[in-house]
Ligand binder design. Structure first.
Ligand code: OGA
Ligand code: ZN
Ligand code: ZN
Length: 369
């Protein structure tokens, strides 16, 4: 016998499972702790190609393997094996069916009802799925209560703290530490891109919006990156490879991180955009690299404010704007504080927690069906 075990299902399809993979994934109570569900088997206790003493079928097509090295018996259910055959993945959430959007999303941002999100598993799943697919969703009729935005994050897991606190108040301040706490226009940006762990998701809860101006803007950063890749491959290469300094500092902290503006994963897919004119640091590069960076950066910045890609709308009190801060850039127009009060409360949730909660929600909804 070679390095794999060939399994054939009733429909005639077959797949060769590597023996070390089979041995490592035995789920008996000696190999997988029945309570923690963590592996207790140590793969170095068997050879790289474990020996099979015998293999056969038990009731309902389960594959039984008696291992030659340690005399251990393993049992694999056919449906479980099928899930891992043909290179399918156990987890498709981390590669959601991303729907890239442009200005045509205007008027069509997915909206979900607060009570459905907070009180039903289906409501939660629908909202989080939209957040993954479109990267933006509004939770409507969110009660205009202090810190309600944090309670919504607790429906998922917990808020991700930052130097701005567990949540932050977006309103004009006399001594602002951050451009958001002024009445100035905020060009589309990602928050906290000066952190290694830039937050995965951001929530902004509109409590009051009576001032003239202050409309919200959003743009799909992956769509922008795609447009740049098509229009100017050289500029795209610069932005997706050259680490750029982002920095925020005040009297309490000096938070810096170097990363490319367009972050790609190991397969070349868009992973995370970091873009914030206010947090773009003083770059210390040789002059020719500085020139190349600025040329590419300006092209990206132009697309980020291009009306072909951007949507603009007015938040109403009770609207909780939620978006993927690794993908969607947000901004607002300037407003006039003398004409009325504008007050949002914001916070962040990390990506792991959102994905985990969605997986749990999907299995709860499927089990109930
Ligand atoms: C922020 C921000 C937008 C707004 O607080 O991060 O970008 O509409 N606010 O005030
Ligand atoms: Zn076992
Ligand atoms: Zn912001």
């Amino acid at each position: 016998m070679g390095r794999s075990l060939e399994v054939t299902w009733n429909d005639g399809r077959s797949y060769a499972f590597p023996l070390i993979w089979l041995r490592d994934n035995c789920d008996c109570p000696r190999c997988l702790h029945p309570h923690t569900r963590e592996r207790t088997f140590d793969l170095l206790t068997v050879p790289e190609t474990p020996r099979v003493a015998s293999a056969g079928l038990a009731g309902r097509g389960a594959v039984m393997v008696l291992w030659g090295d340690d005399g251990h018996t393993s049992k694999y259910e056919p449906d479980w094996l099928r899930r891992y055959a043909f290179e399918s993945s156990d987890d498709d959430l981390t590669r959601p069916d991303v729907v890239l959007w442009d200005a045509s999303l205007s008027g069509h941002v997915p909206r979900f009802d607060y009570r459905a999100v907070m009180e039903s598993e289906q409501g939660l799943e629908a909202w989080l799925s939209a957040l993954l697919g479109h990267g933006v969703a509004v939770v409507a009729d969110t009660p205009c209560r202090d810190r309600e935005v944090v309670r919504v994050t607790e429906r998922i897991a917990y808020a991700r703290r930052s130097n701005f606190g567990e949540h932050f108040e977006v309103q004009t301040e006399t001594n602002p530490i951050n451009n958001a706490y002024t009445a100035l226009k905020l060009p589309n940006h990602t928050d906290l891109c000066n952190w290694e762990r830039s937050p995965g998701y951001q929530f902004l809860h509109c409590l009051e919006n009576a001032a003239t101006g202050g409309e919200s803007t959003l743009v799909d950063g992956f769509r922008i990156a795609e447009a740049l890749r098509r229009a100017d491959a050289g500029a795209f290469r610069v932005l997706s490879t050259m680490p750029v300094l982002f920095r925020f500092h005040d009297t309490e902290c000096d938070l810096r991180f170097h990363a490319p503006i367009v972050g790609l994963d190991g397969s070349g897919r868009f992973e995370r955009i970091r873009f914030n004119l206010g947090l773009f640091g003083v770059q210390a590069l040789p002059p020719d690299e500085t020139a190349a960076l600025y040329a590419a950066y300006r092209k990206f910045a132009q697309l980020v404010r291009d009306d072909r890609y951007q949507i603009r709308f007015r938040l109403r009190p009770g609207d909780l704007l939620t978006f993927d801060n690794w993908r969607v850039l947000h901004g607002r127009l300037a407003y006039q504080p003398s004409t009325g009060k504008r007050h949002l409360q914001g916070c962040y949730v990390d990506r792991d927690e959102v994905l985990s909660r969605l997986r749990m929600s999907i299995s709860a909804v499927t089990d109930a069906a």
